[in-house]
Design a binder for this molecule. Structure first.
Ligand code: NAD
Ligand code: GLY
Length: 371
């Protein structure tokens, strides 16, 4: 089967890296690492978790060994709650104890949690050593492994401590999606719908086709990654002042309501992607209320989100807690929340909260939490 490669240029470091996508790639991951510039004598420190390593240890270690690499592996506990400074400290201790040097490489094998924390560790161990990503969830393939955001959560909120640190390469083996639990796959597809809605009809249609069973997984992932790459190349560090269509902030489409839902349910009830699914529907409904999009466009988004998977019911969630949670949104600029809405499919627009009647937000939140 054909392998696709999407290249990303990084302006700040004046370099580029490739995202290689295809089936059955783990067995040749050593060859890929060599192509990314890792030499035979460089050591490979794999960061993963028990769930993932038990599925892929054989293929991945065989892949590195076949190319002559020595590997050592450190496993972190599985779960978002371990994406914190205490786990980071343990990874740094491992890298120190193993004497992982400036010429060696950190490999993140896992979903967004592993990718974010391993990338952050690589960015600060010896002030930065090379880093490779092998994302194993749909969300990490199309989103978190693309664009160099790394980090951990703090007691004050999610992803508040971190760095922008670009990998030397990303390897996506589509076969790893076969073992992904259904709910995780659905959550990833909600992020894919988000990127489709932002990019335009073509990517949204391709996403809908894959949800309907089209076998074009490699092409779909390449198109999703290419869209995210276009946005992050245009605004590598998410400048706070930018409000245009290619500002990195547009990736927050669906996330304002999603973050509020997650906070109001103590991050325990919904997967992030599921919350984004509702967030897309909320942003679409708000865009319609402001007469930016038509009912047909709202229905189209509703249809694709529903096809991504069954979302847990929001009924019983206190709307007042959701509304209160908006004020903790990380994307607040100068005390004002910024909503990413749509003027049409593929036409995002950033609207400050003070330009939206609060009564509409309250009304919609009540409608959504009655579902
Ligand atoms: P995750 O990393 O927690 O993985 C979800 C679950 O799936 C875990 O239990 C994991 O062990 C399991 N798993 C992973 N791959 C598997 C496979 N192939 N087969 C079976 N099980 C597998 O969750 P995620 O959704 O991948 O990532 C979420 C994280 O990503 C959050 O911490 C979020 O903040 C972060 N994120 C970062 C960015 C960024 O730009 N850096 C963007 C979006 C999200
Ligand atoms: N996931 C949002 C970003 O990468 O900017």
């Amino acid at each position: 089967m054909k392998t696709e490669i999407v290249s990303i240029k990084t302006r700040r470091e004046n370099s580029s890296y490739d995202i290689t996508i295809g089936s059955g790639l783990y067995r040749s991951c050593g060859k890929w690492a060599a192509e990314c510039g890792v030499n035979k004598n460089d050591r490979v420190a794999i960061i993963s978790n028990r769930t993932i390593i038990s599925l892929y240890v054989e293929a991945v270690t065989a892949g590195f060994r076949a190319a002559g690499f020595k590997t050592s592996t450190f496993l972190i506990p599985d779960g978002e709650k371990y994406k914190n400074l205490s786990t980071l400290q343990k990874i740094l201790d491992f890298l120190g104890k193993e004497r992982i040097s400036r010429t060696d490489v950190v490999v993140a094998l896992g979903g967004g949690v592993v990718g974010d924390i391993a990338g952050f560790a690589a960015s600060i161990h010896l002030r930065g050593i090379r880093f490779l990503q092998m994302p194993t969830t749909l969300l990490s393939m199309i989103d978190s492994s693309v664009g160099g955001k790394t980090g951990v959560n703090s007691v004050y909120g999610k992803n508040l401590i971190g760095s922008f640190y670009q990998p030397a390469g990303v390897l996506i083996d589509t076969d790893s999606l076969k073992t992904l639990p259904k709910r995780e796959l659905a959550a990833g597809f909600c992020e894919a719908v988000k990127q489709g809605a932002l990019s335009g009809q073509k990517l949204l249609d391709l996403t809908a086709e894959v949800l309907d069973g089209s076998p074009q997984m490699t092409q779909f992932l390449a198109a999703q990654v290419a869209f995210k790459a276009k946005v992050v190349q245009a605004d590598e560090r998410e400048s706070t002042g930018r409000m245009d269509k290619l500002s990195r902030k547009i990736l927050n489409f669906g996330h304002t309501f999603a973050h509020a839902l997650e906070k109001a349910t103590d991050y325990k009830y919904l997967k992030h992607g599921e919350a984004v699914g509702y967030g897309i529907l909320f942003a679409a409904a708000l865009s319609k209320k402001l007469e930016l999009i038509s009912q047909n466009e709202v229905d189209l988004l509703d249809d694709v989100v529903r096809r991504a998977g069954r979302l847990p019911s929001l009924s019983g969630i206190d709307p007042a807690r959701v509304i209160d949670s908006f004020k903790y949104d990380k994307k607040v600029v100068h005390d004002s929340l910024q909503w990413v809405l749509l003027k049409g499919i593929g036409k995002p627009i950033i609207v400050p909260n003070n330009q939206i009647p609060h009564s509409e937000i309250v009304k919609l939140t009540k409608e959504f939490t009655a579902k």
